[in-house]
Design a protein around this ligand. Structure first.
Ligand code: PGA
Ligand code: ZN
Length: 412
């Protein structure tokens, strides 16, 4: 078994130029696992905290003070690594060490073990099971917390090449739609700057309706039939619009508000009109009951929790018992450690909750989440569309496919 021989950390920067922590774990003095933690902009209330009081520097200090506790441990023993971490931080939400450190240590250990054992990371996380490729879900147009004034209130319009026969076709189809949408936006608005949001989707000055209409047009121009050859998705990230004091959703950029009932109709109309395969956080993060209504109305679409379920097994159990969603985002740093995230994945898979492994809007160029998406049997991998930190995850899927290690796409 590979043994941990060194643990080191450093402060680096994420794709937004903000400080984050990177952890290096070496096994048997030669196999380096290196992981740099991402961070979100539309962060759920109940997520693990990114960093403790004192920020990334405090996380690094804690790592330096405790690194010897990990030495001589088996780097492929995720549970033991997690337990050592839990002795250092016994808080519910990783407020002592920061979810970013929990993310980086646990993934770096497994990454190092995979190199030492000369196996792909996904195989260590999911030995002996039949694995398939998740469909890439690419953000083609961004607004909300990921882009500036004038862009849609809706955070993300996404594309998924649902009819693709292999991973390369799925990735290339998403790129083609993104490129076609750029042409359409340039024609619509000659002053369009080709500006992009945090995840590579275009960030034009259009309202929600226009954004959806033009995204659909991009698919149709390429000869695809929406809902058949290709599908659109939306991350509503509705907690951004939710005003708890007034109990309304405020769509400030478009200039209207929705009551709780109106929000359900607003979302339902979009799902129907654009035949969405995917609707993420269509209501705010504590609206478990309203989610039931949408999940009942649209059993064929992925009615997905992100801020709702925050990769938290207990919260997912609540969502399952109420039937609040039929799909859930898996973001390891929302949970904290990879061990926590794998437990969340088990719970989802045992209860027919379809998983979507996801990046964060502030990312690194690491690509371990592509393996995590495969190992958790995720249906989709939400990793953006262009930009080095997004492409890194897609390119890793292509590398995996070169060795014929996995065959076929998942069944959606
Ligand atoms: P993030 O959001 O900015 O919190 O990473 C992405 C999302 O809402 O899915
Ligand atoms: Zn989201």
């Amino acid at each position: 078994m590979p043994k941990i021989t060194s643990v080191e950390g450093r402060i680096l920067y994420n794709s937004r130029g903000n400080k984050t922590i990177e952890v290096d774990i070496e096994s048997d003095n030669q196999f380096l696992g290196r992981v740099c933690a991402p961070s979100g902009a539309s962060v759920g209330k109940h997520e693990a905290v990114g960093f403790p009081q004192g920020g990334p520097e405090k996380s690094l200090q804690i790592l330096n003070e405790n690194s010897s506790k990990f030495l001589n441990q088996d780097s492929d023993d995720l549970q033991s690594i997690h337990e050592i971490l839990r002795e250092i931080d016994q808080s519910e939400n990783y407020s002592a060490v920061g979810g970013s450190l929990a993310f980086a240590i646990t993934i770096a250990a497994i990454d190092s073990a995979a190199k030492s054992l000369n196996k792909p990371l996904f195989e260590l996380l999911s030995p002996k099971s039949k694995l398939e490729y998740p469909f890439p879900l690419g953000n083609i147009l961004g607004g909300g917390a990921h882009a500036g004034p004038g862009t849609p209130d809706i955070q993300e319009i996404l594309v998924c090449a649902t009819d693709a026969k292999n991973i390369r076709e799925a990735i290339e189809t998403n790129f083609a739609v993104h490129k076609e949408l750029k042409k359409i936006l340039q024609t619509e608005d000659p002053s369009f700057t080709n500006g992009r949001g945090d995840e590579g989707g275009w960030a034009p000055k259009v309202d929600n309706d226009k954004a959806l209409e033009l995204s659909a047009k991009a698919c149709e121009n390429l000869g695809f039939t929406l809902g058949k050859d290709i599908s659109l998705g939306v991350d509503f990230a509705s907690s951004t619009q939710w005003d708890e004091n007034k109990s309304i959703y405020a769509y400030d950029r478009a200039g209207f508000t929705n009551t709780e009932e109106e929000q359900i109709e607003f979302v339902s109309n979009i799902i129907k009109k654009y035949k969405l395969i995917y609707a993420e956080d269509p209501v705010h993060e504590e609206a478990f009951k309203e989610m039931v209504e949408l999940t009942t109305r649209f059993p064929e679409s992925y009615i997905t929790g992100d801020d709702l379920t925050v990769t938290n097994k207990k919260i997912l159990e609540k969502a399952i018992s109420l039937k609040s969603c039929n799909a859930a985002i898996l973001k390891v740093n929302q949970a904290g450690s990879l061990y926590d995230a794998m437990k969340f994945a088990d719970e989802a898979n045992q209860n027919n909750i379809r998983l979507i492994t996801s990046h964060r809007s502030g990312e690194s160029i690491d690509s371990q989440i592509s393996h995590i998406g495969i190992a958790t049997k995720s249906k989709m991998l939400k990793v953006g569309i262009v930009g080095g930190e997004r492409i890194a995850k897609l390119n890793e899927l292509i590398r995996i496919s070169e060795h014929d290690l996995i065959r076929g796409m998942v069944e959606l």
